[in-house]
Design a protein around this ligand. Structure first.
Ligand code: PLP
Ligand code: COI
Length: 357
């Protein structure tokens, strides 16, 4: 790539040992990608440099007014050594949707994708070979103009970080416990719920820490107006299997349009399952539970992959789903998706993208 410079580290770090238990997102590789934006010039000076702290003004817009967006994707190591990405273009397209909402300039999707591939190739030895582990990739855009006035910035920084990571949930593929949040809300239609932006996560932390204290992994958000309709979970979209129908909340602008969500809907429909994207109230879920029709609940996300939900707590009601065991559809989807992501099975055209020199 012509417009991408590479400065190699002089101090390569020790990589995690094979088989070492990797957490999520706490170890970073030797290099990162940076690119600047200045009004009147556009995006420029894309560079791969040694990983480390950067210097920005304490008056940067991202620090005060949360003008920032991010993405989450993974590089997988196939058994035959190939390095694979899963639908990476979708992440940069979604970043542009988030950027538009947060008043951050549009990125050139092809350029970002090629730059990402170059970075991943450089860091390929950091991709864990262990089952369920991968190199988590975190593209991000932040407003860095030094100015306290509330206005979109004139200067931005785009970065990509790489972090060898294990499963998002410490429990791995074991069913997680989810708390239905009734006091706080995450997003409303017309707001920024569909954008992958830091504020959506900042506003979720209080509810999440309360849920953690009560022994729940994450919260399930209800709609911000009536607190009635199901939205999504802290870091994943959510699916319910009710009497043979697979239901997931529709994309109404208040939830993230998950790439895993979209992929599994496509896979399931192709296999003949009935998948419906619609409004789904927590009352309907509870009623279907009470009459024995709630068969499975699972979340989907890049970090979370397919996460079976074993317990849902809504007010005083505790719903134990499928005996707190992984259900057949969740197990099938987990296998099918990870087979495609790790290159064991060829998925639909264009989903698996190989990174080569
Ligand atoms: N919803 C939220 C709030 C998320 O943070 C994520 C993770 O990115 C998802 C859903 C799932 O999206 P994806 O499947 O694109 O990773
Ligand atoms: C992802 O699944 O990639 C996410 O970004 C979720 C979370 C870690 C914020």
């Amino acid at each position: 790539m012509e417009n991408l410079s590479v400065q190699l580290t002089q101090n390569p770090k020790e990589k995690p040992a094979k088989g070492a238990k990797l957490g999520f997102g706490s170890v970073f590789t030797d290099h990162m990608l940076l690119m600047d934006y200045d009004k009147g010039i556009g995006w420029h000076d894309a560079r791969i440099v040694p990983y480390g702290p950067i210097s920005i003004s304490l008056a940067a817009t991202c620090l005060h007014y949360a003008q920032e967006t991010f993405e989450g994707m993974k590089a997988y190591r196939a058994e035959d050594g190939r390095v694979l990405l899963f639908r990476p273009e979708e992440n940069f397209k979604r970043m542009n949707i988030s950027n538009e909402r947060m008043c951050i300039p549009q990125l050139d999707v092809d350029f970002c994708l090629n730059a990402l591939k170059k970075l991943v190739w450089l860091e390929r030895d950091w991709i864990p070979e262990d089952k369920e582990s991968s190199l988590y990739l975190r593209p991000m855009c932040i407003g860095v103009e030094s100015k306290l006035g509330v206005k979109d910035a004139d200067n931005y920084l785009f970065a990509i970080l790489c972090s060898p990571s294990g499963p998002y949930y410490a429990t791995g593929l074991k069913p997680v416990k989810i708390y239905v949040e009734e006091q706080y809300v995450r997003a409303v239609r017309g707001g920024v719920g569909f954008a992958k932006t830091g504020g959506n996560y900042a506003c979720s932390m209080l509810a999440q820490s309360v849920a953690h204290e009560k022994g729940y992994a994450q919260v399930l958000w209800l709609d911000g107006v009536e607190k009635k309709y199901i939205g999504e979970v802290g870091a994943m979209n959510i699916f319910f299997v009710i009497d043979g129908e697979i239901v997931t909340p529709e994309l109404d602008g208040s939830i993230l349009s998950g790439i895993t969500r979209k992929s599994i809907i496509e896979l399931l429909r192709h296999e003949g399952y009935r998948v419906t994207e619609r409004k789904l109230s927590i009352q309907e879920v509870a009623e279907s539970y009470r009459c024995g029709k709630l068969q499975e609940v699972f979340g989907s996300g890049t970090a979370a992959v397919i996460s079976p939900v074993g317990e849902l707590k809504w007010g005083d009601e505790v719903m134990i789903i499928n005996n707190n065991e992984i259900g057949p559809i969740s197990a099938h989807l987990y296998q099918e998706l990870t087979d495609i992501q790790w290159g064991r099975v060829k998925g639909p055209e264009g989903w698996s993208v190989e990174v080569k020199e």
